[in-house]
Design a binder for this molecule. Structure first.
Ligand SMILES: [Zn+2]
Length: 475
């Protein structure tokens, strides 16, 4: 997800809003407040690791979500049925899914009515099945619900709505915050003239007499990287050279300005594949909507959603390169904890440097020198990019690319390009942490980088000259 636009000017970014309240404020509070962090892959990572027996009961592994829903944009009402397939990892006499707002009408487990279900806290749906589910047993939970979605379901200026990465519990019951990847399948029915665009591959649209049903599926995704957008979209379908389907969707009024960017997707994905190795997913594209001028660009799996696409100041090619780069750095190889977020943002930010160099002949050493010299006296800028137990600050968007450019010059082109390609390939679909990356870099480039990483990533001050001006940067 992204703060890319922020960095450049005002915002910082992402988040959700409750029914159209000032997005920026909400975003900031969602991001800074309450320990929730929107990182690159953009997951709200309130808790890490598996979330076993918390208040609501035992642990399980969700294996699939099958969501059927109808949405009426005019009244902002949603009716949904979600079937969650799961495996108990311990005997379960109760378990918890997450759903915020919305009214739950019925819950069954393996087609039997449950003993009880209750809502607690902001979004816990605690389910007590009729009989205890045995350890290692597979089971299916079917939940029927309806209402007007609240937090995380953002209205667009064209009357639609979007729920971006990290907002899954705004529209379906989900096993959140647990790094629990599952298959995802959605059938969304909307009135004629509207479209629903999500992640993954699309099945043919089914037309009813006054409605249309849009169907999407993705074989394996962290719920934090799911998104859905409903609008009067113009949808363009094509494919990449290797056959990967490419879907670009434009909300009203945005096509003229954003289509030239979307049209370069094959070139951008080709460039990034050249740098980072094979594209990690089997579907691609871009979704352009407008929530408000300050809304960020985000990177759900397979298809970035630009929430402020009507703001031409930030809706530029760099934003597309940055969000697409997250498919490798942040979504496929995803940061394990908030503190590891540099593995997403520093790299997505540096991807735009590499793009600028390759496409526009930008002299990166000159850019680096200029930025280092401009920031030398700015203590906050040099804050740690990696610090155990603490998410990096917004400086990962600008100190981050400087640190990676210094690493590039420290170890040279050959090792650096091998490193940035092999990392996402060898950690495809995994959760990764910063210390792992340091070890991996030494495996590729040879030992002796401890001082460098200390100076640039773990340190909070201007690196000493030895690390500030390595290789060709030497004055
Ligand atoms: Zn980003």
């Amino acid at each position: 997800m992204d703060f890319i636009r922020g960095r450049r000017s005002r915002d910082r970014a992402p988040g959700g809003t409750r029914g159209g309240v000032v997005v920026a404020a909400m975003l900031t509070s969602m991001m800074m407040g309450s320990g929730t962090s929107f990182g690159a892959g953009g997951s709200p990572r309130t808790r890490m690791a598996a979330d076993p027996a918390e208040a609501g009961g035992g642990s399980f592994d969700a294996t699939a979500y099958a969501i059927t829903m109808t949405y009426q944009p005019d009244s902002r009402t949603l009716r949904g049925v979600t079937v969650v397939s799961a495996t108990a990892t311990e005997a379960l006499d109760r378990f918890t899914l997450h759903l915020s707002g919305l009214t739950v009408r019925s819950v069954t487990v393996d087609a039997k009515p449950v003993r009880s279900f209750s809502r607690t806290g902001a979004k816990d749906l605690v389910i007590v099945p009729a009989t205890t589910i045995r350890r290692e047993a597979g089971f299916q939970v079917r939940i029927e619900y309806d209402g007007t979605p609240g937090a995380g379901w953002l209205p667009t200026t064209s009357g639609g709505a979007t729920a971006f990465e990290g907002s899954s519990s705004a529209w379906f019951p989900v096993h959140e915050d647990a790094h629990d990847k599952a298959a995802f399948q959605l059938a969304a029915t909307v009135p004629d003239g509207w479209s629903a665009v999500s992640i993954g591959r699309e099945s043919p649209v089914r037309r009813g007499s006054t409605t249309a049903t849009f169907r999407w599926r993705e074989p394996d995704v962290d719920p934090a990287h799911i998104a859905v957008s409903i609008d009067h979209f113009t949808v363009e379908r094509s494919s990449l050279a290797d056959g990967t389907p490419l879907v670009n969707a434009y909300a009203p009024g945005l096509q003229e300005s954003t289509r030239p960017l979307a049209d370069r997707s094959p070139e951008i994905l080709g460039f990034l594949s050249d740098r980072f190795g094979r594209y990690p997913f089997r579907a691609a594209g871009n979704v352009f909507v407008h929530v408000d001028d300050d809304a960020p660009a985000t990177a759900p799996q397979t298809r970035p959603v630009y929430l402020g696409a009507g703001n031409e100041r930030f809706m530029n090619l760099d934003a597309v390169v940055h969000e697409q780069a997250h498919q490798w750095y942040g979504v496929s190889a995803a940061a394990r904890r908030p503190e590891d977020d540099c593995l997403a943002e520093c790299f997505a930010a540096y991807a735009t440097w590499l793009w600028d160099e390759a496409r526009d002949g930008v002299d990166l050493d000159a850019r680096y020198r200029e930025q280092v010299n401009a920031k030398k006296g700015d203590a906050g800028f040099w804050k740690e990019l990696y610090r155990p137990g603490e998410a990096p600050g917004i400086n990962e968007y600008d100190k981050g690319p400087l640190a990676l450019h210094a690493l590039h010059r420290q170890i040279g082109d050959r090792a650096f390009y091998r490193l940035i390609k092999r990392w996402p390939q060898e950690h495809r679909g995994e959760y990764v942490d910063w210390p792992q990356f340091e070890m991996f870099a030494e495996k590729i480039a040879g030992p002796g980088l401890t001082g460098f990483f200390q100076a640039w990533f773990r340190g909070g001050t201007v690196p000493v000259d030895e690390y500030l001006w390595p290789g060709t940067l030497k004055p």
